[in-house]
Design a protein around this ligand. Structure first.
Ligand SMILES: C[S@@+](CC[C@H](N)C(=O)[O-])C[C@H]1O[C@@H](n2cnc3c(N)ncnc32)[C@H](O)[C@@H]1O
Length: 296
């Protein structure tokens, strides 16, 4: 199963646990609408749709560059593939292959500047924006992506092996995601999540809820910061208190005492998932070594 690229909060690593939940829970067997409120690279939706096809799907995210990419993959696949191939040919002609730090730095920062220029111009219909966004993120230092007032900050990876992924695999990914969007009748939206809930309501929909992560070092909700910098800090409590309204949902976040309060206050199931990191010491697991999956 492909992920589009490495992105903070990408859910591919939780494939088994998410799919087990889907098999164990019958409550939405008749539900044929899926709404992913914080779609990102649509990795979460990808894992879910592998087990259940939907008649209608909404993939929403506040980050316009991401939704531009998803829309281009869905609606202008052929043109996107042509642009990606053009860029790969440009690299071949200019560098033959990107195999040194200097070459990677030269190409990376040149294309990042071009991407930021398009983002600044708000030229969201641009297939070029999608091409640069996709290629740069494919070779970035994954998971550290940020956006500030609509301008992407993509950290460059020094791992030159990553540049090998800028080949036919990237075209396969575009084809793959185009196919799952078409199969599930996806509509891509670029709204605040609250607007989507207001428009669609709580019933007969499976909601996928993967918001920015709560900082696990903070003890109360005030210390929770969003690392996406989409304006104000994300109001986690507001969303958590709304969870009880949803007929069916899957929610992810860091383990946090504020979420413990929600679990004990409402009739919501949960699973604690140990994050397998190389630094995890089994004798002394910290709060930050766990994530929560809340569901109904
Ligand atoms: C943890 S990531 C989601 C990752 C996604 N599940 C994936 O598989 O790639 C959280 C996403 O929420 C988006 N976001 C932040 N605030 C938002 C808001 N108020 N409404 C909608 N999306 C928002 C961010 O742009 C980011 O892409």
């Amino acid at each position: 199963m492909y992920s589009l690229f490495t992105y903070a909060g990408n859910k591919s690593k939780f494939q088994n646990i998410i799919q087990k939940y889907l098999i164990d829970t019958y409550s939405y067997n008749n539900i044929d609408i899926c709404i992913d409120l914080f779609a990102g690279t649509s990795g979460f939706f990808n894992v879910v749709q592998d087990k259940k096809q939907f008649k209608h799907t909404i993939l929403n995210d506040l980050n316009t560059s991401i939704t531009t990419l998803l829309s281009t993959i869905k609606d202008k696949k052929e043109i996107l593939i042509l642009e990606v191939e053009k860029e790969l040919n440009y690299i071949k002609n200019k560098y033959s292959v990107i195999d040194t730090q200097e070459k990677s730095q030269d190409w990376f920062f040149n294309r990042l500047e071009k991407l930021n220029f398009l983002e600044d111009k708000k030229d969201y219909d641009n297939t070029l924006l999608s091409t640069y966004f996709l290629l740069l993120n494919s070779v970035s230092f994954g998971g550290n992506y940020e956006t500030n007032n609509g301008i992407s900050n993509i950290p460059r990876s020094t791992d030159l092996k990553k540049y090998k992924t800028m080949n036919s695999l990237i075209i396969k990914k575009v084809e793959y995601y185009n196919n799952i969007y078409q199969k599930n009748n996806a509509v891509i939206c670029n709204e605040d999540y609250k607007t989507i809930i207001r428009n669609y309501g709580y019933e007969d929909i499976l909601y996928l809820i993967d918001p920015p992560y709560i900082s696990s070092n903070s003890n109360d909700i005030k210390g929770c910061v969003s690392n996406y910098k989409n304006g104000d800090n994300f109001n986690h409590l507001e969303l958590l208190e709304e969870l009880d309204m949803f007929q069916s949902f899957i929610y992810f976040n860091n383990k946090h005492i504020v979420i413990d309060d929600i679990i004990s206050a409402y009739d919501i199931k949960y699973k604690e998932i140990e994050r397998k990191t190389t630094s995890s010491n089994q004798n002394y697991l910290k709060l930050s070594d766990f994530e929560y999956m809340l569901y109904r």
